[in-house]
Write a protein of this length. Structure first.
Length: 266
């Protein structure tokens, strides 16, 4: 009888130890729970297309992000915002909206009414206020040297002189790739410079900003001004050309990840 009681006690003790171990394992699992990653939507700028993000996209995908690069037509601000809005509507769950160059204007407007946008990331980009036009914003500082190589065509579109493209837009990019970028550049409607920005998403949503200190398309001082004006949660300055997403993809991805981590729902 005593033998049976002893065995029963051992079994009961083992049960208690197993239950306690399972509880600790469950709590540890909850403590290390991996939060779902937000989507990332990338918007290119003038004289480029979605492929300009080709070095950024795989780095984000390797981290587990669902990434979409918008192909905006660069025909008008309204057109570009509409295209971006359709892509945002396709995203399921929280989304980080990223814009390069003129793409910053697009995300400023498109992100305002998109309820799933939880953060804005500006990469060497314009960040206008509501009521501003791009020409007014650009005129706040002396023109960057590369703007002297912008040429209009007979149809109201602007191009960068292909021979001057590498030195104006992408002086720190591999020369072969810079020449390819010049050859595939996507023209930008000159009328966009006069279109008024209707809304500014950065007034209601957190933002992050990357300044390219060697930018020859947007004056770096203007970038710093805009980063301060929008109250960016984090401002990163790197020794980059305007093509920071091509020459410094790791730094761009790091800033996007900072935005994603900061906006994650816990």
């Amino acid at each position: 009888m005593k033998r049976i009681s002893f065995i029963t006690a051992i079994i009961f003790l083992a049960f208690l130890l197993l239950t306690n171990a399972q509880a600790q394992s469950s709590n540890a699992s909850k403590g290390s729970e991996v939060l779902p990653l937000p989507n990332v939507v990338l918007v290119h700028g003038a004289w480029a297309d979605g492929s300009s993000w080709s070095k950024v996209i795989p780095l984000l995908q390797e981290k587990g992000f669902n990434v979409t690069a918008v192909q905006i037509p660069l025909t008008s601000l309204a057109d570009d915002v509409a295209v971006t809005g359709r892509v945002l509507a396709m995203q399921k769950g929280p989304t980080i909206l990223v814009g390069h160059s003129y793409g910053g204007v697009v995300i400023t407007v498109a992100g305002a009414n998109a309820s799933n946008v939880v953060g804005l990331v500006y990469i060497s980009a314009y960040a206008p206020d509501a009521g501003e036009v791009l020409s007014e914003l650009n005129g706040r500082m002396p023109a960057a040297s590369g703007q002297a190589n912008i040429r209009p065509d007979a149809y109201g579109f602007l191009w960068i002189d292909p021979k001057a493209f590498p030195e104006s837009f992408s002086q720190d990019v591999d020369p072969v790739q810079a020449r390819v970028m010049a050859a595939v550049q996507k023209p930008f409607s000159a009328s966009i410079f006069g279109e008024k920005v209707t809304q500014a998403a950065w007034k209601s949503k957190p933002s992050w900003y990357l300044v390219s200190k060697n930018d020859r398309i947007i004056n770096p001082d203007l970038e710093r001004f805009m980063a301060k004006r929008i109250g960016a949660k984090e401002v990163v300055s790197i020794p980059s050309s305007h093509a920071s997403l091509v020459s410094h993809p790791s730094e761009v991805v790091k800033l996007i990840m900072d935005a994603a981590n900061s906006t994650a729902i816990r």
